[in-house]
Design a protein around this ligand. Structure first.
Ligand SMILES: [Zn+2]
Length: 290
């Protein structure tokens, strides 16, 4: 009996040894080398690419993407990447610098086939703040990974389908919940939420434009926005903090209202996944506008 058991043990160990071998050769050198521009794309690519991809992120977690300066060291870091996945729509003002000199890197526009909002002739790049547009970005990322690494097609498709279900679920959950505040106006410091507003039938009014986060807000702008808020009985200013915090505080004071923090997700929200941060946004919007 003892002999029999040890035989079984040996037989069981052999295939495990093979699995072990396979795993040990799967180091970083075998992974698909990918670069992404901004934080939401990093997370989407991580989820879909899983342990088959190695990701380099150009705009680091503590940097502000709208005024990011592409440097020679970024260019060097991209030189051995097979794919560069970017947001597009003007979010990467430095895209031409990637194109020059990185001939072997395939450029992937994550906004491709998206339903893009154009405001005064300018395309709004904040697509990841719509779950529907985020799903489209994930679909483009999945297709690009499959094209570059067809052997792992099923793996990428499986991860994408699972994540798409999560995004759909969240969208549907808040379609119902936010329906009760449809048509309400959402006042914000940085004009980043047009896609979120479109998803749920809200109106966006912003202190700062889509790209001019750095621009000084004039007294006249502030006064007209304050008058608007008063006439519409708006008491809440949603602000992503940082640069525009002062303007949000000024406006809130002028209308006797308050500032509520919200995530633009342009940089990584500490301790929160994309889905958790979006959920957090929806909950705040619902709580304040209902
Ligand atoms: Zn922005």
């Amino acid at each position: 009996m003892r002999k029999f058991l040890s035989k079984i043990l040996i037989l069981m160990t052999i295939p495990m040894l093979f699995v072990g071998c396979g795993k040990s050769t799967e180091n970083d050198g075998d992974k698909l080398k990918v670069a992404v521009s901004i934080s939401p794309l990093k997370e989407f690519t991580e989820i879909i690419g899983g342990d088959k991809v190695d990701i380099y992120t150009v705009v680091k977690e503590n940097m502000e993407p709208h005024d990011f300066d592409f440097s020679p060291s970024d260019k060097k870091a991209l030189s051995d990447r097979k794919l560069f996945i970017y947001n597009g729509l003007g979010m990467e003002g430095w895209l031409d610098q990637v194109k020059e000199g990185n001939k072997d890197t395939k450029l992937i526009d994550a906004s491709k086939n998206g339903n893009i909002i154009v405001d005064n002739g300018v395309e709004d790049p904040h697509i990841w703040l719509s779950l529907k547009e985020a799903t489209n970005e994930c679909n483009n990322i999945k297709d690009a990974l499959i094209e570059a690494d067809p052997e792992n097609r099923e793996y990428y498709e499986g991860n994408y389908n699972k994540y798409k279900q999560e995004l759909d679920l969240l969208f549907n959950e808040y379609s119902q919940k936010l329906a009760s505040i449809k048509g309400k106006t959402f006042v914000t410091s940085h004009e980043a939420f047009a896609y979120l507003c479109r998803d749920y039938g809200l109106q966006q009014k912003a202190i700062k434009g889509i790209f001019d986060e750095e621009a000084e807000t004039t007294f006249k702008d502030m006064e007209s926005l304050a008058n608007y808020c008063k006439s519409e009985n708006i008491k809440i200013i949603f602000s992503e903090g940082s640069e525009s915090q002062k303007d949000s505080d000024t406006l809130a004071k002028a209308i006797n209202g308050k500032v509520v923090p919200i995530h633009t997700l342009e940089t990584k929200v500490e301790g929160k996944s994309y889905i958790e941060a979006m959920k957090d946004n929806y909950e705040k919007i619902y709580a304040e506008l209902k």
